[in-house]
Each structure stands twice: as C-alpha cells, then as structure tokens.
Ligand binder design. Structure first.
Ligand code: MN
Length: 228
C-alpha cells in the first residue's frame, strides 16, 4: 500500500439486483442517440455520429436516495437512459463481440444543467459543468446481462410525479448498445467498472425541488429519486 497523505476516497458503487455491488470506475455518456431527441435539441440525427462526454464516478445516486437540486442552474433537466455496466474491458472491440463486455444493465438519469449546457454550446466551451456535477447520475440497481439478454428493444419510460414525461423504446436508438461499446472502445480502452449512459429519448424537461422521478426500462430495476 502506498503511504497515502489523505484517506483514499470511498469506492463509488451501484447495488446489484439480487445482491452485491458494482464498483464504478468511470462514467461515459452518449450524446444524441435517439432521433427524436436529436431533433428536439436542434440537431440532425441523420448526419451526426455519436459523441461522448463523462461524469465523475462518484456522481452516482443510488438506492432511491434524494438528489439535491444543484447550484448554479435554473434549468435542471432529466434525461432517462439505459446504462451499460462494463464487466470485461478492451480496446477496438468488434461490434459483433461487444455485448459480451456488458456485465449488466440499469436504468439511469443523465441529469443536466440545461442552461449551462446551452451557454457552453454557444461559446464552444466544455460541457463538464453542465453534465459532470455532484449527484448528476441517479441510477437503479444493475441487473446482470443474463437477465437482460437483448438491449435492442424494450419500453423506456420516465414519470415525474406520476405523469409520463418520456416514453420511447430502446429500438429507437440511432447507435445500438453494441455499436456504442465498439465505437467508444476505439477512443479509450474500456475497463471493468465503467458505466455507459446510452442517450435519452425525446421529452426532456425541467424539474424542481420536491419532484419525484421514476424511470423504468422493460423489466430492469427502476430508477427513482426525489429532487431535494
Ligand atoms: Mn444524455
């Protein structure tokens, strides 16, 4: 053991359905992966390849815990997404072999300071403070891949205070889970513990203090949080 000059930070982790915990190494997120959402954000889904941004590992919010309303924003948006939990690392992964790298799947929320993102886009600056802030990644329990063998279809729904806000299907992704794993692995060597948020369908909107967010994807464990 190195002689740490500070106590090392706690390992970020996500509970696994059925027991145990998945240690989080990094969080990658895909931008604009559903055509209808790309259009609502002013993009062109036909011509834009996927792009990636990141959140800190310790941005995860688990167990249905409250998410504090973040500072420095007046427009906190929900983005309901399928999350892939990487169990086997690799670089230059072939699409046909990519799903073997998935340990499991979860329902997650890519929470976004939309006002800061809009400013960043306009000025050509990074998205980090729009996407990578504290508590920006509420996530449900991770379900082993053996219990969710086909991530190419399944209803994805987000309710806010019981009202449906986002309602789509995984089949509407522009880049499939396998293609996303393969493409991302060309930029970075994926490693066990990495999470990939795979993009949101249309219907993103602002939430405020007291709102309860509940997201479901097919028969995965739900993600739930209350904005505090
Ligand atoms: Mn997103």
């Amino acid at each position: 053991m190195p002689d740490f000059v500070l106590p090392p930070p706690a390992q970020a982790a996500v509970p696994v359905a059925g027991g145990g915990a998945f240690p989080v190494r990094r969080i990658f997120c895909v931008g604009r992966n559903y055509a209808a959402h790309a259009r609502e954000m002013g993009g062109n889904p036909e011509r834009e390849p996927p792009f990636f941004f990141t959140k800190p590992a310790d941005a995860v919010v688990t167990g249905g815990a409250d998410m504090p309303y973040p500072p420095m924003t007046e427009s906190l948006h929900h983005e309901m997404e399928l999350v892939v939990a990487i169990g086997e690392g690799g670089a230059d992964i072939a699409t046909a072999a990519a799903l073997r790298h998935a340990w499991g799947y979860a329902a997650g929320l890519d929470m976004t300071r939309r006002d800061l993102q809009a400013e960043a886009k306009q000025s050509g600056r990074p998205w980090d403070m729009a996407k990578g802030f504290d508590h920006a990644a509420p996530i449900g329990e991770i379900v082993p891949a053996s219990r969710f063998p086909d991530p190419t279809r399944g209803r994805i729904v987000l309710r806010v205070n019981g009202t449906v806000r986002q309602d789509s299907d995984l089949s509407q992704m522009i880049w499939s889970v396998a293609e996303t794993i393969a493409y991302l692995s060309r930029f970075v060597r994926l490693a066990p513990g990495d999470l990939i948020f795979t993009g949101t369908p249309d219907g993103v909107a602002a939430v405020g203090r007291g709102d309860v967010l509940e997201g479901e994807i097919a028969d995965l464990a739900a993600v739930r949080t209350r904005i505090a």
